[in-house]
Design a protein around this ligand. Structure first.
Ligand code: F6P
Length: 344
């Protein structure tokens, strides 16, 4: 009897359950057994898992989050944990493990694959910054939520003649902010890839005022840096997770205060935060997650390990895990330049 394991690691993301469901339903058709490790790599280290059958995945397709739980545990952080991962795979007689995650989770998977562990990766992140795939599931849902929020801020900004700063997720890449900003008609968009000065932002607000627009929407990615803060991220506290990331947050407030001081416009700041990550996935993310799950099982069937499933154009293909985690997929400069046509 073939047995496989699944885990979900890193920040949760709409569509995770669609992937889990697809893997379990397809694997069971092949007469395989599936186990789900709880809370990402932590579950394998602790050998903490649950059997997954048709009733475990019944009704989970439209549910946000992950029925397996998640964590940012890094087995390469503590001595002995990698051996525990290998032992759990051996003891449970697993043919392979499917790791569903972003840069960090799949970075671990890539290292384990090099050490001979049979692993297949599925790319997940609302940030859409994973390399070697056109899209990760979760991004479309986050984008739609963020766009709706910007639409809502528009009407209240206009009624009060205010500047509304909206801070969106995006640690290293501004995909959500740029696309939601474009879709929602933001007047200035600030992303981590491009440094802009506060004076440039205020000049655009003033330019709008000259043509009778007494309100503005400024979309800011949490990882955006104004020119004067170029050297450092704006963080909530000094804490770092097991992968060395700080908790970002607060750049919207810093920008909001400066705008109010420099333009005289009353300014309000909205931080969308985890609203973007919670709740039911869009149809696009459900279908993408389902196709990724099926492809992951197919890779195991043919014994192709150390690979990540990927969307390229309309096709689901596989790429090496190394290619996926080598560097992040950031917003290309020409896309940002195009968006600037609509600033001010
Ligand atoms: O990586 C996805 C992401 O949502 C980032 O955009 C954000 O910086 C981070 O996760 C927040 O993570 P946490 O769940 O630890 O607050």
């Amino acid at each position: 009897m073939t047995r496989i394991g699944i885990l979900t690691g890193g920040g949760d993301c709409p569509g995770l359950n669609a992937v889990i469901r697809a893997i379990v339903k397809y694997a069971i058709r092949e007469n395989w057994e599936v186990v789900g490790f709880r809370h990402g790599w932590k579950g394998i280290i602790d050998n903490d898992f649950l059997p997954l059958n048709l009733s475990s995945v019944s009704g989970i397709l439209p549910k946000g989050g992950t029925i397996l739980g998640t964590s940012r545990t890094n087995p390469y952080k503590n001595k002995g944990d990698v051996d525990k991962v290998k032992k759990a795979i051996f003891d449970n007689k697993l043919k392979a493990v499917i790791a569903i995650g972003g840069e960090d989770t799949l970075g671990v998977a890539a290292r384990l694959a090099k050490e001979g562990v049979p692993i297949v990766g599925v790319p997940k992140t609302i940030d859409n910054d994973l390399n070697a795939t056109d899209y990760t599931f979760g991004f479309d849902t986050a984008l739609n939520i963020a766009t709706e929020c910007i639409d809502r801020l528009h009407t209240t900004a206009e009624s009060h003649n205010r500047v509304m700063v909206v801070e969106l997720m995006g640690r290293h890449a501004g995909w959500i902010t740029l696309e939601a900003g474009l879709a929602g008609g933001a007047d200035v968009i600030l992303i981590p890839e491009v440094d802009v000065s506060i004076d440039e932002v205020c000049a655009l607000i003033k330019q709008r005022e000259k043509r009778g627009k007494t309100f503005s929407i400024i979309a800011v990615a949490e990882g955006a840096r104004l020119k004067r803060f170029k050297e450092k991220d704006i963080t909530l506290d000094g804490e770092k997770d097991a992968f060395g990331h700080s908790r970002l947050g607060g750049v919207g407030n810093v920008i909001g205060e400066l705008i109010e001081k420099k333009t005289g416009f009353e300014t309000r700041v909205t931080v969308l935060g985890h609203i973007q990550r919670g709740g039911t996935p869009t149809a696009f993310d459900r279908v993408l997650g389902t196709r990724f799950g099926v492809k992951a099982v197919e890779l195991i069937k043919v014994g192709k390990f150390g690979r990540m499933v990927s969307l390229q154009g309309r096709n689901i293909v596989d790429v090496s895990l190394d290619e996926a985690v080598g560097h992040l997929k950031t917003v290309p400069p020409d896309f940002y330049e195009m968006a600037k046509i609509f600033f001010g």
